[in-house]
Ligand binder design. Structure first.
Ligand code: CA
Length: 226
């Protein structure tokens, strides 16, 4: 069940939103002040914020700016004046949508639904993707090989992740450096070789004779899904 945080100082408006959102099956929390809402969102993040622009402590704009320092949660602004709409539409604030008062609570609930639906594919994407005997888990920064978790350094992980991105493709050392995210220089190119060596040793511990990493003399390396 998605959880909606409503930040609105007018109880009557908040009530209509709570009613409409709960009717759609959402859990709701109502807070009348921005500071409290930011603290709440840091402690127990809601899935979406409905944020009034005119709040008594700090403005909804300022609250959203502060929110964006630690959260990418979708925000729908409630605005009262045309001048506010211009700023929301300017989007430098990082809002996902806005509604103008007076609004229909059902319309707001529909917007909430649309935004959460747009977000959903990212949320349910599998955390790990099998590629042959490899299982890449980008969320946990882990790679399994023949069902065993590899104990990789950060560079080894990036290296193997790059190779796994395009099996059978020959990557130059420079391209692999790019994948690892290190600026290429002469010393580091040789370093790739030593990372490959330790990576191979770790793969061999799981499957002694498979040798998935292929050397292409004068060119670089490729990966076979074996
Ligand atoms: Ca207000």
């Amino acid at each position: 069940m998605s959880h909606i945080l409503i930040v609105e100082d007018e109880a009557a408006i908040a009530d209509t939103l709570i009613y409409a959102l709960q009717a759609e099956g959402y859990a709701t929390t109502w807070l009348p002040l921005a500071e409290a809402a930011l603290a709440f969102q840091q402690r127990s993040p809601a899935d979406l914020l409905i944020l009034d622009v005119g709040l008594p402590d700090i403005s909804g704009f300022e609250a959203c700016k502060r929110l964006r320092r630690f959260s990418e949660v979708p925000v729908i602004f409630l605005t009262a004046r045309d001048a506010e709409i211009d700023r929301v539409v300017g989007l430098e604030i990082g809002a996902d949508d806005y509604v103008v008062k007076p609004f229909s609570p059902r319309e707001v609930a529909a917007r909430v639904k649309a935004i959460l639906k747009r977000m959903a594919p990212r949320a349910v994407e599998p955390a790990s993707a099998p590629r042959g005997p490899f299982l890449l888990d980008e969320t946990r920064v882990q790679i399994h090989y023949h069902g065993q978790l590899l104990g990789l350094t950060r560079h080894e992980f990036r290296l193997l992740q790059t190779l796994l991105g395009q099996p059978e493709r020959v990557f130059s050392r420079e391209q692999l450096l790019d994948g690892v995210g290190v600026a290429a220089d002469a010393g580091y190119e040789r370093n790739i070789d030593s990372h490959i060596k330790s990576l191979r040793a770790k793969l061999r511990q799981v499957a002694a004779d498979a040798e998935p990493i292929q050397t292409h003399r004068g060119l670089g390396y490729s990966l076979r899904l074996v």
